[in-house]
Design a protein around this ligand. Structure first.
Ligand code: X2X
Length: 334
C-alpha cells in the first residue's frame, strides 16, 4: 500500500515536473540585431531563426527586433539588456558588446587582422575560445561567429591616403572608447554615436566621415549623404556573435541547446561565406555610383599602422596581454 502510494506520488511529481519544464519554453524568443534583413547581418539572424524553426518542427520560435529597437537604438546597451532579461537572444557585433566584455576590443585593435584568414585564425582558434569563455562568464552564452566585415573609411571632404589627411575631420565612431583613441591618434576629431544617429549626422554635415563595412556603405546608401570618398584601409573587422542569455539558455533541454548552437554555426558560416563572396560586386556598385575609392600602397598602409601603434599600449592591458599575444601568434601562423 505504502509502496504504491509512493509510486503514485513519484508519477504525479514527474508529470508535474515535465509540464513545468515544458512551460518554461516561451512562445517566442526575442532576438536583437542592429541591422535589418537588407544587410548580411540581418540575414544571418533570419537564417538562424529559420533553421531553428525548421529543425525544431516549430517548437522554438524566435522573433527578430532590428535597429536595436529593444534598447531604444542604443546598441551599446544590447549586451546588458540580455543579461538583465530584457532581451533573450542576439546576433551582435563585437564592437557593441565590448563596453561590457573588454576582451572583445581585441578585434578593434588597428591592423591586427590583415585578411580573412587572420579573422578566422582568431575566431576559430584558441583565442576564440578564450573570448567565448569571457562572454559566458558575463552572463551570455555565445554559440557561433558571423561577420559584419572589414570596416573602411569614408568622408565628404577629400581623398584620404595618409594620416595627415584625417587632420581635424569629424568622424562618427561606434561604441567603444578604443575608437576614440584610434582616431585621436590619427589627428581626427572622433564623435561617438549610435548607428541610429549616424546617418542623420552625416546628412546634416554634423560629421564629415564614418567607418563601416562596404555592405553597410552600399545598402544604407551612405553615398547619398555626401560621402564621396572611400579609403579601403581594412583597419579592423567586427565579427558577429550569435548568443543567448545564460538565464534563457539554462531553460532549454540539452538536445535543444545543441539544436540552437548548430543552427547558429550553420547560419554564421552561411552568412560569412555569402558576405565575403558579395564584396567585389558591392565595391563595383559603389564605384559606379561615383564614389572615389582609394586603395593604399604598402607604404601608405604602413604609415597608418605606425600612427596607430599607441592604441596597443593603452588597450593591450585592458584586453589581456595573453589574449593579444595569442591572437597575434594565430595571425602570424595562419
Ligand atoms: O554602428 C555601426 O557602425 C554598425 C552598424 O556597424 C555596428 O553596429 C557596429
Amino acid at each position: 500500500m505504502l509502496k504504491s502510494k509512493t509510486l503514485l506520488a513519484v508519477a504525479a511529481a514527474s508529470i508535474l515536473f515535465s509540464s513545468v519544464v515544458a512551460a518554461q519554453y516561451k512562445d517566442e524568443y526575442t532576438v536583437s540585431t542592429v541591422l535589418p534583413s537588407a544587410f548580411p547581418w540581418g540575414q544571418a539572424a533570419d537564417k538562424w531563426v529559420e533553421l531553428v524553426r525548421e529543425r525544431s518542427d516549430g517548437r522554438i520560435n524566435m522573433k527578430i527586433y532590428s535597429n536595436s529597437q529593444l534598447v531604444s537604438g542604443d546598441q551599446t546597451k544590447e549586451f546588458s539588456a540580455m543579461r538583465s532579461g530584457l532581451i533573450d537572444m542576439a546576433v551582435g557585433s563585437t564592437i557593441n558588446w565590448s563596453p561590457q566584455v573588454p576582451q572583445l576590443n581585441l578585434f578593434s585593435l588597428p591592423f591586427l587582422m590583415p585578411d580573412y584568414d587572420a579573422i578566422d585564425a582568431i575566431t576559430q582558434g584558441e583565442a576564440g575560445d578564450v573570448i567565448f569563455a569571457a562572454i559566458k562568464e558575463r552572463g551570455v552564452t555565445p554559440l557561433a561567429w558571423g561577420e559584419n566585415g572589414f570596416r573602411e573609411l569614408s568622408n565628404s571632404q577629400r581623398v584620404i591616403d595618409e594620416p595627415a589627411d584625417l587632420d581635424g575631420l569629424k568622424i562618427r565612431v561606434v561604441g567603444s572608447p578604443l575608437f576614440q583613441d584610434t582616431f585621436n591618434a590619427l589627428g581626427a576629431n572622433p564623435t561617438q554615436m549610435s548607428w541610429a544617429d549616424a546617418k542623420p549626422a552625416l546628412t546634416t554635415g554634423a560629421v564629415d566621415g564614418q567607418e563601416n563595412p562596404l555592405s553597410v556603405f552600399d545598402v544604407a546608401r551612405i553615398d547619398q549623404v555626401g560621402q564621396n570618398y572611400l579609403t579601403l584601409w581594412h583597419y579592423m573587422a567586427d565579427p558577429l556573435v550569435f548568443a543567448v542569455s545564460n538565464r534563457i539558455w539554462s531553460q532549454f533541454s540539452p538536445e535543444d541547446q545543441a539544436l540552437l548552437k548548430q543552427a547558429a554555426i550553420d547560419a554564421g558560416q552561411w552568412e560569412i561565406e555569402k558576405s565575403r563572396a558579395e564584396l567585389d560586386e558591392t565595391l563595383a556598385t559603389i564605384k559606379e555610383r561615383g564614389v572615389q575609392v582609394t586603395e593604399l600602397t604598402d607604404a601608405q598602409h604602413d604609415a597608418f599602422v605606425e600612427a596607430t601603434k599607441s592604441v596597443y599600449d593603452t588597450w593591450t592591458p585592458k584586453i589581456g596581454e595573453d589574449l593579444v599575444k595569442m591572437a597575434q601568434d594565430a595571425v602570424a601562423n595562419r
